[in-house]
Every structure is written in structure tokens, then in C-alpha cells.
Design a protein around this ligand. Structure first.
Ligand code: MLT
Length: 312
């Protein structure tokens, strides 16, 4: 009987609004990517996908919310690389990262940029590194909490230049950007989906991208390697998840809809304007996201253990 009811529910799915939890503040990069995808999927599925921002604790609060939600297809999670680093960063995570979710597919991989307030003194990456070494107790590095992409990039950057900086945590890099433009903090490393427009309009200063090649939307910004930090590369992959136990029929519908959204010309264009590209169809699958998550948990665990950063 239970099976029959489940099947009936899947057949008319979705028949009401779907909530997509973004585990960071509104107006930031995860929010931006999610809203573009949600709008397109909503048109395809015939029901609105609304975004709920559950920021805090580097994305683990929002992920925890979805891990405990009903597995009925009406609560989803759009999260990035931080879902894999937080598995090691947090001593007490309220969910088991590799067993708490079902997978819809990969969404995008976003480059990062090392950026500062517009009047920050250093003029290029090399002078930035010298300045940071000389002023490490004065400079404030903003991030979105332990487990955020901005935390990961900052951690790797500080390791690379062997200079720990004073860190200021926020609930997302949306509010970080407000304070960077307002010159309340000095420096961050954030995704192009949040920084491209502010760099182009001169509201913030860009030192480098974390990519192998320059980002087409930001042709004047050198790569970190060009700027003197050879091999400093970080890409922020994003995936769409459902709570564990979601019916295969519902997941199938969601994956098909995600794949369509990633080919939607409006999504493709908006992504390109923001310095990123949609994941190819072969990656927008449950199998690819599952494999990515487990390999990334494995990849980052020794890096984080070596750095010795933990949160409770
Ligand atoms: C956000 O959406 O605010 C960011 O992805 C936060 C981060 O991970 O740096």
C-alpha cells in the first residue's frame, strides 16, 4: 500500500511549490546561481521553485535542515564544494555527509577571485602578498564561515603565502560584498558570480582569478599563476541534492529538469556574464554528483587535517 501511495505521489509530482534551500545569505553567489536555475526549472516543471536562505555555520545549518526534511521532493538543497570540506572541518556535524542526501546532479563550477576594497593599497598580486606579510595583524579577511568557499580559498591562500590573516565570518558573501564595497573589510576570495559586476564597475579591486586560464568575463584580471602564485587554482563546484529516501521517479524528473535548465539560453548567458558555465549534461546526473562528493570529501580531508582547522 505504501508503495502504491508513493508511486501515485511521484506520478503527479510536482503539484505544489518546491523549496530550494540555499545554505548562505541572500544576494550571494550560491543564491544567484540557485535563483537562475530555479526560475528555469520552475517553468519546466509547472510549479514554482522558491529559494529559502538558511545561512550560518559555513553552510552546515542549511544542509542540516535539508538532511532532516521530508524526502518528498518538495525540499531540495543547492550547495557547493563546502558540503565536502565541512565533512572534515566540523567535529560535530548534525548529518552524515555521504549518507544524508540523494543526488540530482552537478550544476556549475565557478572560478574565484582574490578581491579587496577599492582603495586597498597594493596594486597587484605580488605587492598584495608583500603587503599582507608586513601587515598581517591589521588586514581583515572576510569569509562566509568555516566550510564556505571563501573560507577554503582563504585557507589555501594563507597557506600558500605562509601568512595567517585576521578573519571575519559572515552568513554568506552577499553581506561580505556589501561591506567590501562599503570598505568595512579589506579582503576576500569570492566566486565570480558575486564579484564580476563589482570588479567591472570599479567598486572593488581584483588581484587574481583562481583559474588556469583567464576568465572570459574578466579579461583584464590575471590568473594567480600569472601574478606569481604558481598553480593556485580553486574551482567551486555546485550540486543539487534531495533528502535521502526521495523516490527514484521524482529524482528522475528533477534531473531531467536540471539538465534542461542548464541548456536554457537565458541561464547560459547569465552564467557567462558572471564568469561561469553550466555543467555539461553528463555531469548533471545523480551518479556524477555522488562520485564528485565522495572524491572531494576524500581529497580535502588530508589538506584540512594538515592545516589543523576545525570547528565544533
Ligand atoms: C555564498 O553564497 O554566500 C557563498 O557561496 C559563500 C561562500 O561559500 O563563500
Amino acid at each position: 500500500v505504501a508503495l502504491g501511495v508513493g508511486a501515485a505521489h511521484s506520478a503527479d509530482y510536482p503539484n505544489r511549490t518546491i523549496t530550494v534551500v540555499v545554505p548562505f545569505a541572500a544576494g550571494g553567489p550560491t543564491d544567484t546561481v540557485t535563483r537562475l536555475i530555479a526560475e528555469s526549472m520552475g517553468k519546466d516543471l509547472g510549479q514554482q521553485l522558491i529559494v529559502e536562505n538558511v545561512g550560518g555555520a559555513g553552510g552546515t545549518l542549511g544542509a542540516g535542515r535539508v538532511a532532516k526534511a521530508d524526502a518528498d521532493g518538495y525540499t531540495l538543497l543547492l550547495h557547493h564544494i563546502g558540503i565536502s570540506t565541512s565533512a572534515t572541518l566540523y567535529r560535530k556535524l548534525p548529518y552524515d555527509t555521504l549518507n544524508a542526501f540523494d543526488y540530482v546532479g552537478l550544476v556549475t563550477e565557478v572560478p574565484m577571485t582574490i578581491v579587496a576594497r577599492s582603495d586597498f593599497e597594493p596594486t597587484d598580486l605580488k605587492s598584495l602578498v608583500d603587503y599582507l606579510k608586513a601587515n598581517k595583524d591589521k588586514v581583515t579577511y572576510a569569509n562566509a564561515g568555516v566550510g564556505a568557499a571563501s573560507h577554503l580559498c582563504g585557507m589555501l591562500f594563507m597557506q600558500k603565502i605562509e601568512t595567517p590573516l585576521v578573519t571575519v565570518p559572515y552568513k554568506g558573501t552577499g553581506p561580505v560584498m556589501t561591506d567590501l564595497v562599503g570598505k568595512q573589510v579589506d579582503l576576500t576570495c569570492d566566486q565570480t558570480t558575486n564579484t564580476t559586476n563589482q570588479i567591472k564597475t570599479g567598486k572593488i579591486k581584483a588581484y587574481a582569478t583562481t583559474t588556469k586560464e583567464r576568465v572570459p568575463a574578466l579579461p583584464d584580471v590575471p590568473t594567480a599563476t600569472e601574478g606569481g602564485l604558481a598553480g593556485f587554482e580553486v574551482g567551486i563546484w555546485h550540486g543539487l541534492y534531495a533528502p535521502k529516501g526521495t523516490s527514484p521517479e521524482i529524482l528522475k524528473k528533477l534531473t531531467a529538469s536540471l539538465q534542461k535548465a542548464l541548456k536554457d539560453p537565458n541561464v547560459v548567458k547569465r552564467f557567462a556574464d558572471l564568469g561561469t558555465t553550466p555543467s555539461p549534461e553528463a555531469d548533471a546526473t545523480p551518479e556524477a554528483l555522488k562520485a564528485k562528493l565522495s572524491s572531494e570529501v576524500e581529497r580535502w580531508a588530508p589538506v584540512i587535517k594538515a592545516a589543523g582547522v576545525y570547528a565544533d
